[in-house]
Design a protein around this ligand. Structure first.
Ligand code: FAD
Length: 499
């Protein structure tokens, strides 16, 4: 029997991972990508001697990437090299406190002495929180991540009601659990903002999402040597060696179907590509809406898979260096709960957002001309929504408030020193990657809306249509996108095995 032919729509990390996993299992695989290069949101831009990583800058959970290379019989270290980043994060507060997060317990303990009150108390609280976070991580990793659980029913069947009730922190929000562990408001803000990894709100995400600090403290925080895009290049090299054709500038405009089966794709230039299976790395809702033109009634059922946040991505090249910045920095909102409410409940631009600020030259001086700095600023903001009334001028006004905040909190005369500037709004992000409303992490993690689940990897309507990437379980962020590609391949192998 001939091996089934699979076409993958999109060369984001999920699509690349699915293509590699399926090819390694014996399928005939081809990838169709609308952009001129692979990587999706893992993207890069060079301007006047500065090299900006347009998308992700924090690399975590290398084991899931290593697993992918292992499926192809290769060692990741032969394709992608990683450098540990230290400190992990530098945290700036409006009251002047600056506190670093370290993986090394002795350094972390010393940092906590900067907090008011008895130092030993903060360390004890931190250790107690990490004990709880490790317990949550262990349970979620064993089932949701490693088994690739895809919905509440599979979750219940795997864990059982008893384990869910007693061991998984489902009953309260992430922020409530943090409040129960930490007495210091700075520590609360820092640990709430680990929700950044999935672009959601700590007020709405379930308590078990407090597993996220474990990702960093136990498995490290990494930089991809040569720049984040070197990861896409490493995956591209592997695909070439495996003989997986990747068609660039090949936008897909329709998925063709016959009854409850899909039969292939139509490309922008009219070419029809036939296949036995389709895997879409385009997000689930845009795929059903734009490539399958499903009815409003069908789309309504998917509304619970609402987009995670978008971002205002500001890239700055400055003519002087700002040594006060570490590689990764957070400038906290004076009122972070208000920030979460404004963005995630009211769908408005925040007055005073928490900012994620990256200065990659701390680890890799080649990213800016000598004596200069390369700074990316990323506040989370609402995805595009009909009737929001948010205009381009509103985005620019937010940029101005952000630059004010950074100057106020320590980066003196930042504006005067900018020599290169580039700003991406949710409109640009939607256009560039086809994500739902310009979402940067796929589907939001919200207990009330979707119990923290993303969309399933197998289409309920078409027996041979599958999904991978940030909009399906286990969700957004680079390691999860990479895992989604492997897990969708496992589902396909189980349902429609190669000949
Ligand atoms: C500014 C920013 C900062 C981030 N920071 C981090 C971070 O520090 N750490 C981290 O882990 N993650 C981070 N992320 C999230 C991370 O980048 C994503 O979760 C991950 O890369 C998404 O992978 P994906 O598989 O969902 O595919 P995407 O990257 O969404 O790729 C989808 C691909 O499909 C293509 N496509 C869409 N429609 C079509 C079509 N019709 N035809 C053909 N091709 C199509 C797109 O062009 C794109 O290449 C960040 C993202 C952004 C934008």
């Amino acid at each position: 029997m001939k091996n089934p032919r699979v076409v993958v729509i999109g060369a984001g990390l999920g699509g690349l991972s699915a293509a590699i996993s399926l090819r390694a299992a014996g399928y005939e695989v081809e990838v169709f990508e609308k952009n001129e290069r692979i990587g999706g949101k893992l993207n890069v831009m060079e301007k006047d001697g500065f090299t900006f990583d347009l998308g992700p800058s924090i690399f975590t959970l290398p084991q899931y990437f290593e697993d992918l290379f292992a499926r192809a019989g290769k060692r990741m270290a032969d394709y992608v090299e990683l450098d540990a980043v230290t400190p992990h994060w530098r945290n700036f507060f409006e009251d002047g406190l600056v506190l670093d997060l370290y993986e090394e317990p002795d350094l972390m303990r010393r940092e906590l002495e900067k907090l008011a009150g008895e130092a030993g108390k903060h360390w004890k609280e931190f250790e107690s929180f990490m004990g709880y976070a490790r317990q949550q991580y262990g349970i979620i990793e064993e089932g949701y991540l490693k088994q690739g659980l895809d919905n509440l029913w599979e979750f219940l069947r795997y864990y059982g009601l008893r384990k869910i009730g007693k061991q998984i922190d489902y009953g309260r929000s992430m922020a409530e659990a943090i409040e129960a562990h930490f007495s210091d408001p700075h520590m609360r803000s820092i640990f709430e903002y680990f929700i950044k990894y999935v672009g959601s709100s700590a007020l709405a995400a379930p308590g078990y999402m407090n597993l996220m600090p474990v990702i960093q403290f136990d498995y490290g925080l990494w930089y991809v040597r040569g720049g984040m895009y070197a990861l896409a290049e490493g995956l591209g090299k592997l695909m070439e060696e495996m003989g997986i054709p990747v068609h660039l500038n090949a936008g897909v405009v329709a998925i063709n179907r016959g009854g409850r089966q899909v039969t292939g794709l139509t490309l922008r230039d009219g070419t029809v590509v036939k296949s036995d299976l389709v895997v879409s790395n385009m997000e689930v809702i845009p795929t059903y809406k734009r490539l399958l033109s499903e009815s409003p009634r069908f789309l309504k059922k998917l509304e619970k898979f609402a987009p995670a946040c978008s971002g205002l991505v500001i890239h700055l090249g400055t003519k002087k260096a700002y040594p006060e910045l570490a590689h990764h920095n957070f400038f906290y909102s004076g009122n972070q709960h208000k920030h979460f409410k404004t963005v995630f409940e009211e769908g408005r631009l925040p007055e005073d957002p928490t900012l994620y600020v990256v200065a990659p030259t701390r680890t890799d001086p080649s990213k800016a001309p000598e004596g200069c700095d390369n700074i990316k600023i990323l506040p989370h903001i609402p995805p595009l929504a009909e009737g929001s009334g948010i205009t381009h001028e509103d985005y620019l006004a937010l940029r101005d408030r952000i630059l004010d905040k950074m100057e106020r909190m320590g980066l003196k005369n930042l504006r005067e020193n900018i020599v290169v500037q580039d700003v991406l709004t949710p409109v640009d992000i939607e256009r560039m990657y086809g994500s739902n409303g310009g979402s940067i992490y796929g589907v939001v993690s919200d207990w009330k809306l979707n119990h923290g689940f993303k969309a399933p990897k197998c289409s309920k309507k078409y027996g041979n249509l599958y999904f991978c990437g940030g909009s399906v379980n286990p969700g957004g962020g680079m390691p999860m996108a990479i895992l989604s590609g492997q897990k969708v391949a496992d589902r396909i192998i189980a349902r429609q095995p190669p000949g």
